[in-house]
Design a binder for this molecule. Structure first.
Ligand code: FMN
Length: 217
């Protein structure tokens, strides 16, 4: 073996040993990002990323789930999750039980969806229905103060157009036990990269993320 290759190998090993011995970075918050858009690099995903990146810059650990990529069936209405002893799990053997576990152990959720026909996307609605196991049999919540920030993107330039709907959905999330933040809305978006023309929308996403993790509310 050439001496330079050997030196490189030794360097890599020493680096690994050094990194393994570093004290763990202090994680202030665990945040779960949920992307309800089928366009995985679209405007919604980009705003969600912007928010989560800012959260990470402030010490949070984040994980993103793309609902369109997951194996998620609609709620079957069996009410088994309401039974005593099931402890917040769903009988369906798909990806939702992992997400439920993640949410229960997280500090906050950032849920992002485009507006489709004046509402959240079908993917986001399936996810929302599947949050039923967060409720105990007496309808109290299994959550422990998790915060929730919703991000909506829309074609409509009037950001107030669907406000009533967004507030209504937020009320539902409060009922589930989340501490909800004012939804973030960005409009005038159609092509995947239209958001690039709106630095203020990205700035709003960063501010909303900071408020989510730094503000005590
Ligand atoms: C099926 C469909 C329905 C839509 N319905 C609405 C709507 O009701 N109101 C609106 O403002 N925009 C509507 N839009 C536009 C999207 O909300 C908008 O383009 C969004 O930014 C797309 O997000 P994405 O880039 O993450 O895919 C719709 C788009 C599609 C594909």
């Amino acid at each position: 073996m050439k001496i330079s290759v050997l030196m490189e190998k030794v360097y890599q090993i020493l680096k690994l040993v050094y990194m393994a011995n570093l004290p763990p970075k202090e994680v202030l918050m665990k945040i779960i990002g949920i992307n309800g858009s089928p366009r995985l690099k679209g405007n919604t995903a980009q705003l969600l990323d912007e928010a989560l990146q800012q959260a990470e810059n402030n010490g949070a650990a984040t994980t993103t789930y793309n609902l369109n990529r997951l194996n998620l069936k609609g709620c079957q209405g069996c009410y088994k999750c309401r039974e005593i002893g099931r402890e917040g799990t769903c009988v369906l053997k798909d990806d939702m039980n992992q997400i439920l576990e993640e949410i229960l152990s997280a500090n906050a959720v950032v849920l992002a969806s485009p507006v489709y026909m004046w509402q959240m996307t079908a993917q986001t609605k399936i996810f929302t229905d599947r949050l039923m196991p967060l409720l105990k049999p007496d309808y109290s919540s299994r959550l422990s103060g998790q915060k929730l920030l919703s991000i909506y993107t829309q074609g409509q330039p009037d950001l107030e157009k669907f406000k009533q709907y967004f507030d209504y959905v937020n009320a539902m999330f409060s009922f589930l036990g989340f501490r909800t933040q004012e939804p973030l809305v960005a409009g005038w978006l159609r092509d995947v990269n239209d958001i690039h023309e709106q630095p203020e929308a990205k700035e709003n996403a960063r501010k909303a993320a900071e408020n989510l993790i730094l503000a005590d509310w």
